[in-house]
Design a protein around this ligand. Sequence first.
Ligand code: NAD
Length: 415
Amino acid sequence: MKKFSVAEMARKQIEKAAKTMGLSEQLLKIFMCPKRLLRVTFPVQMDDGTVKCFIGYRCQYNDARGPTKGGVRYHPDVSEDEVIALAAWMTWKCALVDLPYGGAKGGVICDPTQLSERELEKITRRYTAEIMPILGPHIDIPAPDVFTTSKTMAWMMDTFSMMTGRTEPAVVTGKPEVLGGSKGRKEATGKGVFITTRELYRKIGKSLKGARIIVQGFGNVGSYAAYFLSQEGAKIIAASDSSTGIIDPEGLDVKDMMECVEKHKLLEPYKKGKKVPRDEVLYQEADILIPAALENQIREDNADKIKVKAIVEGANGPTTPEADEILEKKGVYVVPDILANSGGVIVSHFEWVQALSGLYWEEKEVNERLENKLVKTFNEVWETSEKLKTSLRISAYIVALNRVAEVYKYRGIFP
Ligand code: NAD
């Protein structure tokens, strides 16, 4: 069987949107190619004295609109193929929400659950040193992603600052507040998932009160999305993480589960609700599914088993193009990742602006700006979808690709 390629999936999405909007062949060629890809191998002395070599990547997909921006992922499945796809999605996401950024992504192949804090710090610092030539507040600005946190960003910022000889808070976002992290950044992606879900429900004339929701992946994005949705009166009837699935038709206690994950890292020790194999949660009867784990979760082979009326993508790339077609035929609304999870990069942009200016904002200002940007973009995507009679995903891509295409009209192709 042919191996699944996330980069190919990202390319198919661009091709489909390009065809619908009539994008020129020249621009399509540019949009299909990552601009820069760095692969590094570096040794780290482990706690037991042995030396291990790690492989890391950084891909800068397209920087036509500004310095590149994107997370750093620590996971055993990190690959060249995956960073290219994730960097491409960052490019379209930043363009969609009209940020002055291109897209990037990075990662290190490792299993963070098997590493001590000391080992994680060494890996982070050495990885940062290796990709240093292509990093910088006006070149490429990393942020947290799967299994990386504000602490990881603090180590990256410190390493960069030590090597340049000056403290540089604008080189990463998602930092602790004391280092110039923005208020509201930690919960921003989950909050964005909530806002886009609410906007979808407004458009289709429904209320979130009592809406039954499934959340796959209970990390940063999934847990905060669940939290804000439950605050609005929705019921989280099923949730999962890499260790287990949990179901309760009466609604799970999100705060309680967040405390469990804070303490034990996983949902496995959580006592309430009914435990089920983690993938079972995807197939429960509910109103909304929020995939907030990894890519390639809703595929041709399981899309038919999904029984929700709407999917709001917290994760990047959870739905394959083949699954998209099945869901479209079933009349399921899919709020695409580049819109639904863009809250994170929106507030990351606010953090970068604050770091560059040295002027820090109150949480109220951050949240108001986030809300305005997301509602405006949601409306733009919805209107495009109504006008062109196309899915929300393709509509989001059309808005994004148009923005990048517009830049090429003026910048041209060097030389
Ligand atoms: P995280 O590491 O905080 O959480 C990931 C969660 O997914 C964990 O609970 C993990 O146990 C769970 N998980 C892993 N494999 C699973 C599986 N097969 N089934 C169920 N659960 C599984 O990461 P995160 O930052 O919340 O990122 C989640 C997704 O959101 C990723 O696709 C990431 O690229 C995307 N994203 C994150 C941000 C951000 O600001 N953190 C922004 C935009 C998009």
